[in-house]
Design a protein around this ligand. Structure first.
Ligand SMILES: *Cc1c(COP(=O)(O)O)cnc(C)c1O
Length: 217
């Protein structure tokens, strides 16, 4: 399937309720432009320098989402333009986003990444750490936490994936009003349907749109 067809197909499946973040990491600018011509504006990258190089040469109305693990010493490169940082997984990232937001005279939107998977290779806060951090957020005036992000276990066990997504959704619901959250980022190419069924607002889909990634490049 072409990139254009894939974008059109996801637009139809997701409707207006769920936002598609097209994950273009490792993909060339020509692939992003094909999706852009099909009307896609939200793109996700997982390396700050790669995203910044793309942002500099691609149309300025693209909304860039940092979905990967954030290296604090590189936040300065994206602070002026990043639309949403999905993967805030430690307070140090929040601190540096706040500092760079201040320098750039803006408030940077982000999501707290919650560890919901069984594997301990996935990053994020646990629920207790999250609650503790929520109590300290007012000191970060140049950051706004718009919601949560989570990645389910990489497994074929649909029940387990659903259990993890629903758990995050329940946690989201119990804090969303108090913190004015509107974004729950869950779901990738392989599990987005389960994520949407559980209440995701943003799905991050890469390989199903752009094809498999070649990490040897
Ligand atoms: C790469 C990546 C995705 C997209 O994965 P696909 O399986 O290609 O859809 C989604 N979320 C995060 C955090 C990623 O790093």
């Amino acid at each position: 399937m072409s990139i254009t067809d894939a974008i059109n197909q996801y637009k139809e499946i997701l409707g207006s309720e769920v936002k598609l973040v097209a994950v273009s990491k490792t993909k060339p600018e020509s692939a992003i432009m094909e999706a852009y011509q099909a009307g896609q504006r939200d793109f996700g990258e997982n390396k700050i320098q790669e995203m910044t190089a793309k942002a500099e040469s691609l149309p300025s109305d693209i909304r860039w989402h940092m979905i990967g693990n954030v290296q604090t010493n590189k936040i300065k490169y994206m602070a002026s333009y990043v639309h949403l940082v999905h993967g805030v997984d430690r307070e140090k990232v929040l601190k540096e986003l706040n500092k760079q937001g201040q320098i750039n005279g803006r408030v940077i939107s982000c999501l707290l990444q919650v560890h919901i998977a069984e594997e301990d290779t996935k990053f994020g806060f646990d629920y207790a750490e999250c609650i503790e951090l929520l109590g300290r957020l007012d000191q970060y005036k140049n950051v706004t936490v718009a919601g949560l992000m989570g990645m389910a276990t990489n497994t074929n066990n649909q029940e387990q994936i659903t259990k993890e997504f629903v758990g995050l959704k329940n946690f989201f619901d119990s804090h969303a009003v108090a913190h004015q959250w509107n974004t729950l980022s869950m779901g990738m190419s392989g599990d987005y349907e389960l994520a949407i069924a559980a209440g995701s607002t943003d799905v991050r889909i890469g390989s199903a749109i752009f094809g498999a990634r070649n990490y040897t490049i």
